[in-house]
Design a protein around this ligand. Structure first.
Ligand code: HPA
Ligand code: MG
Length: 226
C-alpha cells in the first residue's frame, strides 16, 4: 500500500473483471452440497477458477516480496480459505526457488456483517496487540473488499504498529457505489454488487462449507436469516 490511503489504484492488475450481466453457471453443471439446494441462484466463480487465479496471485506476490521475510496476516473468518490456499501456493513456489526467506502466518478477526448488511461497528476480535508486526513486511489477506471501510480501519490499526511495508491481497473486490477507493494491491476478481457465499464467505455463518463462490437466493437468505 502507498502511504496515502485515500485513493488507491491496483498494482499490476485489478483482478479478473466479472461484468454486471454475468449470469453465473447453472447449479446443475457442478457438484455442491445438497443441503443447499434451493438456497443458491448460480455458481458465480467455480472452485477451480479460484485456485488457478490464486496460483497466479502467489506468483505476483513472490515476484514482489520473495526476497523479504513476510508476515502474513489472515483476516478471519472469511479469509481463512483464501489465505490457506494462497500460502500453499507461495510455499510451492518457495520450494522451487533458491532465494527465499521465512514466512509467518498470523490471524486477526473482524466482524461487521449481520445478514447481508454491513453494520457500522467494526469489531477487531483477535490479536489487538500486533506489536509483532513492527519493522516487518506485512501481507494482509482478505476474502472480500466492498466499501473498503473495513480495510481502511484495519490498515490504520496495523500502521500504528509501524511495519516496514504493508501489502494487501483480496480475493474479491465488489463494485459498490459507496467505495472508499481503497483497493488491495493484489486482487483475484472484481465482482458486481451481489451478495456471494462459499469458499469460506458466509451468510450468518452458513455456506462456508461450499467450495464454489455462489450467489445466494432470496429463499436462502430467508432460511438462514437471524
Ligand atoms: N458475502 C459474504 N460476506 C461479505 C460479502 C458477501 O458478498 N460482502 C461483504 N462481506
Ligand atoms: Mg461474514
Amino acid at each position: 500500500m502507498a502511504d496515502d490511503l485515500t485513493i488507491q489504484t491496483c498494482g499490476k492488475d485489478g483482478g479478473i473483471v466479472i461484468n454486471d450481466d454475468w449470469p453465473g453457471y447453472s447449479l446443475e453443471l457442478f457438484n455442491y452440497p445438497k443441503h443447499y439446494s434451493g438456497d443458491l441462484e448460480c455458481v458465480y466463480i467455480p472452485h477451480g477458477v479460484i485456485m488457478d487465479r490464486t496460483e497466479r496471485l502467489a506468483r505476483n506476490i513472490m515476484g514482489d516480496l520473495g526476497d523479504h521475510d513476510i508476515v502474513v496476516l489472515c483476516v478471519l473468518k472469511a479469509g481463512y480459505q483464501f489465505c490457506a490456499d494462497l500460502v500453499e501456493r507461495i510455499k510451492a513456489l518457495s520450494r522451487n526457488s533458491d532465494h527465499t526467506l521465512p514466512m509467518s502466518v498470523n490471524f486477526i478477526r473482524l466482524k461487521s456483517y449481520v445478514n447481508d448488511q454491513s453494520t457500522e461497528d467494526l469489531h477487531i476480535v483477535g490479536a489487538e496487540d500486533l506489536s509483532f508486526l513492527t519493522g516487518k513486511n506485512v501481507l494482509i489477506v482478505e476474502a472480500i473488499v466492498d466499501t473498503g471501510k473495513t480495510m481502511k480501519t484495519l490498515l490504520k490499526h496495523v500502521e500504528a504498529f509501524r511495519p516496514k511495508m504493508i501489502k494487501v491481497a483480496g480475493l474479491l473486490v465488489k463494485r459498490v457505489p459507496n467505495s472508499s477507493g481503497c483497493l488491495p494491491d493484489y486482487v483475484g476478481f472484481e465482482i458486481p454488487n451481489r451478495f456471494v457465499v462459499g469458499y469460506a464467505l458466509d451468510y450468518n455463518e452458513y455456506f462456508r462449507d461450499l467450495n464454489h463462490i455462489c450467489v445466494i437466493s432470496e429463499s436462502g437468505k430467508l432460511k438462514y436469516k437471524v
